[in-house]
Design a protein around this ligand. Structure first.
Ligand code: ATP
Ligand code: MG
Length: 211
């Protein structure tokens, strides 16, 4: 199905980053925030889903455990979608109207990719909700082979034993690429050095902020 989103009509700009855990989103976001701030822009850094969802039992269960039998994935997906709707319209939109460059760590695309990766391929409601979500001025999708992404996550001491399903991560990765290709997202290979990735990101961001 076609993903239709609301155009950003505000003076501010919305930049989003999606991709597997460990693909380098935070690394690039921090560089971008520093660069834009030094260039004199007002920057607002945020993330989705919000901590309200992240701390919930249902979210933690699907993130941390192979046994999800107690929970219905669609319920989590709707919960995340509701959180993203609230956050996009009441937090991000407010900042965009005030002229900020908003950088969001993960975005609605993650909700869509996860839903499909879990096998819910015909759920129309997600596309209905998307119509009320602001379309980013530029959306980055960082691409990294699954084994490498898992390796980077596992290098964090607190996540060295975290449950990760490689097959699921592969489906998710491929869906991110598909969503990017269908929606004019910018795919950046995170196999490249942090600096080379950032040069690519800077180039695209310059195109939207210097308009
Ligand atoms: N281009 C790169 N080349 C090599 N290592 C990188 C690169 N980008 C990030 N890393 C390293 O990979 C690890 C994960 O990066 P980062 O925390 O930015 O990923 P993330 O996408 O934000 O992960 P999460 O989704 O779990 O928040 C870090 O140790 C970081 O230093
Ligand atoms: Mg991160």
């Amino acid at each position: 199905m076609k993903l239709e989103m609301e155009d950003n009509k505000s003076s501010g700009k919305l930049i989003t980053f999606c991709g597997l855990d460990g693909c380098g989103k935070t690394t690039q976001i921090n560089k971008l925030e520093e660069w834009l701030t030094n260039e004199g822009y007002k920057v607002f850094l945020t993330k989705q889903p919000t901590d309200y969802v992240r701390k919930s039992e249902i979210f933690r269960n699907f993130s941390d455990s192979p046994d999800n039998s107690r929970f219905e994935y669609r319920a989590l997906s709707l919960f995340c979608a509701a959180d993203r709707l609230q956050h996009t319209r009441r937090v991000i939109k407010d900042k965009l109207e005030k002229g900020y460059i908003v950088i969001c760590d993960r975005y609605f695309y993650s909700c869509l990719a996860n839903l499909i990766a879990r096998g819910y391929t015909d759920d129309v409601w997600i596309y209905e909700i998307a119509k009320s979500i602001i379309k980013p001025d530029v959306s980055f999708f960082l691409s990294l082979p699954v084994e490498k992404a898992i390796g980077r996550v596992r290098r964090r001491p607190e996540e060295k034993d975290r449950y990760i399903n490689p097959d699921f991560q592969k489906r998710l990765h491929d869906l991110y690429i598909e969503i990017a290709q269908k929606n004019k997202g910018i795919i950046v290979s995170s196999l490249l050095s942090e600096e080379t990735c950032f040069e690519r990101i800077k180039f695209e961001v310059n195109r939207i902020v210097k308009k």
